[in-house]
Write a protein that binds this ligand. Structure first.
Ligand code: FAD
Ligand code: AMP
Length: 475
């Protein structure tokens, strides 16, 4: 096998594997090094996203939601079920099969595009050389015209409550529980904490979520976040805001957590606790000290707007660099970098990156919130539409939530769209397209939406921004 490549990508997650495929599509001899393995030790491309993040969490969210509906909502539809059983082993096996199938798919894509996949660890050496240490066998040096660093992130730990892999676990382990904990603590009400809390709540756990911040989902428009919080509390998630965990200790049966809030200091005991307080960039063993790549204060690899590092011909993308830790953000950076390396145009519009929380209802947003815009002194107008008035949402028996459309008061340009409701993660795509094309509220108002669809709510919210929604009363 050749030891010289035009491009060597280190990391085969959604940032790295996408960069590798696009580089190969651009006619460049490309290798992608990844050290990912499944629980049973098999090599598995796809990174955190496929093996321990986006995909397994969505598989469990889907299964747990169906279980919850069968138990609590089928009767409303006139469907009688005598017993609804939970086979967690089978649920977990379904999830593992999805992951394995998709990981095999990436391997197939590498073969189809001529990307050389290398299983093992990569280290950037000085002079655009990469040391590749395979899972089995001797390390060897690869010469690379260009190197792309895409090593992702790892769960952040709490100093006061270190992971023990059994009672105090990270998100990866919380996706692998082989029994439903009776009492589950979740530290952090971010996207990951809310999704994992939802899974285990629906499957029967008593879930307590402790969040240090006073506000629920601060990056979401306050009106929409309030509704989301209300809906999640109604499902039995015991959410404590302004609650900072200060200490934790093992007891015979579980873990005792001490947290402080405005009222003082409190203790709760849980059987297991998921620490979901964020993720940190992963550069462990990646950079030879002489390679010269600069990191920022948070440990991210420093890059410019085009993802160039401080070293010529070395690029970095995905969770290991600044910006939201989202799979699609990393993938887009991968495409950009591979195109720039090939001499094509490439850019990422960091202002229009959608985010989704896959709870029920889903929460999705793109652009800025009304509070953010007001604080920045930008005059805006906002319109909302409740799913309660949507025929489709009613028919689905999922009429909780709302859409909020925010546009510039002077130019009508769309500045933000925030959704809490059924399929919010799919609905947000229309807003993303509109904003990417520099659309206005009027554009959304004039586009024909099929009836009855959930997407009509987006149009109605846009109409509402000008006080002319059809299915809402404006004063
Ligand atoms: P990663 O996916 O972390 O991939 C990096 C890869 O590089 C890994 O395979 C790692 O083992 C490998 N690696 C590291 N160092 C080396 C080395 N030196 N040599 C070789 N290989 C190395 N994002 C979304 O957009 N949507 C979601 O729904 C979503 N859900 C999530 C749910 C959970 C529970 C978690 C934990 C995360 C979720 N995320 C989601 C975030 C998403 O997983 C990350 O943003 C994404 O995986 C980042 O991609 P990446 O390619 O930068 O890094
Ligand atoms: P995210 O970064 O979106 O994954 O969210 C992680 C959340 O964890 C943030 O909202 C933090 O405020 C929260 N968090 C961090 N440390 C603590 C702590 N000690 N106790 C409670 N919440 C915390």
């Amino acid at each position: 096998m050749s030891s010289h490549f035009d491009v060597v990508v280190i990391g085969g997650g959604p940032a790295g594997y996408v960069a590798a495929i696009r580089a190969a599509q651009n006619g460049l001899a490309t290798a992608c090094i990844d050290d990912g393995r499944t629980r049973s030790g098999e090599v598995s491309l796809g990174g955190t996203c496929l093996n321990a993040g986006c995909i397994p969490s969505k598989a469990l969210l889907e299964s747990s939601e169906l279980y919850h509906r069968a138990r609590h909502e089928f009767a409303t539809h006139g469907i009688g079920v005598t017993t609804v059983g939970l086979d967690l082993d089978r649920m977990q096996a379904r999830k593992a099969a999805i992951v394995a199938q998709l990981a095999g798919g990436i391997q197939g894509l590498f073969r189809a595009h001529g990307v050389t996949g290398l299983a093992g660890r990569g280290t950037l050496m000085p002079g655009n050389t990469v040391r590749f240490t395979p899972h089995e066998g001797e390390a060897r040096l690869l010469e690379a015209g260009q190197v792309v660093l895409a090593t992702g992130s790892q769960p952040a730990a709490l100093a006061c409550l270190p992971f023990d892999g059994e009672r105090v676990v990270d998100s990866r382990a919380a996706l692998e529980f082989d029994a439903v904990p009776r009492r589950l603590g979740v530290i952090g009400a971010g996207v990951i904490g809310l999704e994992l809390g939802s899974v285990w709540r629906r499957l029967g756990a008593e879930v307590t979520i402790l969040e240090a911040l006073d506000r629920f989902l601060p990056m979401v428009d306050a009106q929409v976040a309030r509704e989301a919080e209300r809906q999640l509390r109604r499902q039995g998630l015991d959410i404590h805001l302004g609650a900072r965990v200060q200490a934790g200790e093992r007891t015979t049966d579980g873990v005792r957590l001490r947290y402080d809030d405005r009222q003082g200091s409190h203790e709760i005991e849980v059987d297991r606790v998921v620490v979901a307080v964020g993720r940190r960039p992963d550069t462990t063993g990646l950079l030879d000290p002489l390679a010269g790549v600069a990191l920022d204060a948070r440990g991210c690899i420093e890059v410019d707007a085009s993802c160039r590092t401080s070293v010529a011909n070395v690029w970095a993308i995905g969770d290991v660099v600044r910006g939201p830790m989202l799979a699609h953000k990393g993938s887009e950076e991968g495409v950009m970098v591979a195109d720039l390396i090939a001499g094509h145009a490439g850019q990422v519009n960091y202002d229009v990156i959608p985010s989704v929380v896959y709870t029920t209802p889903e929460i999705a947003w793109v652009g800025r919130s009304e509070e953010e815009l007001t604080a920045a002194g930008i005059a805006c107008k906002a319109g909302t539409f409740n799913f309660a008035a949507s025929g489709r949402a009613r028919a689905m028996e999922q009429a909780a939530g709302l859409v909020k459309v925010i546009a510039d008061a002077a130019t009508d340009a769309l500045l933000g769209v925030h959704v809490c409701g059924p399929m919010a993660g799919e609905l947000i795509a229309e807003a993303v397209v509109a904003m990417e094309f520099q659309g206005t509220a009027e554009d959304l108002q004039r586009i024909i939406h099929a009836h009855p669809t959930l997407a009509e709510a987006l149009r109605e919210a846009a109409l509402s921004a000008d006080r002319c929604a059809i299915h809402a009363a404006h004063r």
